[in-house]
Design a protein around this ligand. Structure first.
Ligand SMILES: Cc1ncc(COP(=O)(O)O)c(C=O)c1O
Length: 337
């Protein structure tokens, strides 16, 4: 479009930067950039294992959840077999399913949430090998309680494995996150440094999963796929818990501000346990019009395209100044739509 955005609030990145502790560690790591990264991700894997109270063999590290999703589809679903996800779920999973030539079976969202019963029903088909759920969810921001997730896991047949994408877990209430123990034999919990840790550009994420799955990923993953700076930065960020807690607090403040703004403008919002808020424009046409005008007015936001989510647009919690720009432009636009 020939001009930069004034508020980049469309990709659910962190607006609150990287931990200064991680930044120092990463700058230092530049001096060792002549060396390949550690293909075993030994230090980071050990740190994550200690952090979660699991064995290092139960951690699989890769270049973000996006990369792990591809490994999971490649490892578990043959062309002709089927993966299950909500209709309009996080698109990267679907790209991998399509890219590896697998079938997709989808259940529509219900009342702005993933329909866990419908997903479990679809999973009963004998050709299903993989079931995907993000909790808290993107693109809605809504979540299910740990007890409901456990029920879903129980309901899944033995012929499929389950991906629980927990990219936004740091922002969620405690009762939205099932205990790590015991590690379920067919479940991969996926986490990332891209959101609360503010390291989306570094590309580092991990799965907490049975050792047999992690060692399976070792056979097919890119050997040096997680670069040296990302490994060092993630390990350092993990130690800086005060930083992450502060980000979570700032995100809560921003979410509240968005909810008040929406109420002021007569728009509904979905409850959110993430770093974004999903606004309800009332109809797909109006949501499209608002999105288009926001983008023209230098505010980067995104929206889902499939029913019944297409009446929503999704706004990442930005810094206070970015929230101000977004609020000002949205007020103008909503008056005219
Ligand atoms: C549900 C969900 N999973 C995964 C990701 C991407 O994670 P990563 O940056 O670790 O690949 C996102 C990013 O928006 C997301 O919303």
């Amino acid at each position: 479009m020939g001009h930069p955005f004034e508020a980049r609030v469309g990709a659910n990145e962190s607006a609150f930067g990287v931990s200064p502790v991680a930044a120092i560690a990463m700058r230092k790591a530049v001096d060792q950039l002549a060396w390949y990264s550690d293909p075993e991700n030994f230090d980071l894997r050990s740190a994550l294992a200690t952090h979660h109270g699991v064995r290092p063999e139960e951690i699989a590290i890769s270049a973000g959840i996006d990369d792990l999703l591809g490994l999971a589809v490649r490892a578990f679903v043959e062309p002709g077999q089927i993966a299950v996800a909500s209709l309009g779920a996080y698109p990267t999973f679907i790209y991998h399913v399509n890219g590896f030539g697998c079938g997709l079976s989808s259940a529509p969202y219900r009342d702005g949430r993933n329909d866990l019963e419908a997903l479990a029903d679809l999973a009963q088909h004998p050709d299903v090998r993989l079931v995907y759920l993000s909790n808290p969810d993107n693109p809605t921001g809504t979540w299910h309680k740990a007890s409901e997730i456990r029920q879903l896991i129980q309901a899944l047949p033995k012929h499929c494995v389950f991906i629980l994408d927990e990219a936004y877990t740091e922002f969620a209430p405690d009762d939205a996150t099932p205990d790590i123990h015991p590690i379920h034999p067919r479940t991969m919990r996926m986490r990332t440094f891209s959101k609360a840790h503010g390291m989306a550009g570094a590309r580092v994420g991990y799965a907490i999963c049975p050792a047999a799955i992690a060692s399976g990923f070792d056979k097919i993953r890119l050997h040096f796929g997680v670069n040296r700076i990302a490994q060092v930065g993630a390990a350092a960020s993990l130690t800086h818990t005060a930083f992450v807690s502060d980000v979570v607090k700032q995100v809560e403040t921003g979410r509240d501000a968005y909810v008040s703004l929406a109420a002021d403008l007569g728009l509904l919002t979905l409850p959110s346990a993430t770093n974004f808020v999903t606004f309800d424009a009332g109809s797909a046409e109006r949501a499209d019009a608002i999105l288009e005008r926001l983008i023209e007015n230098r505010v980067f936001v995104r929206k889902p395209r499939v029913e019944p989510l297409d009446r929503y647009f999704r706004v990442t919690v930005g810094r206070k100044d970015e929230r101000g720009v977004f609020a000002e432009r949205l007020r103008e636009i909503v008056k005219g739509t």
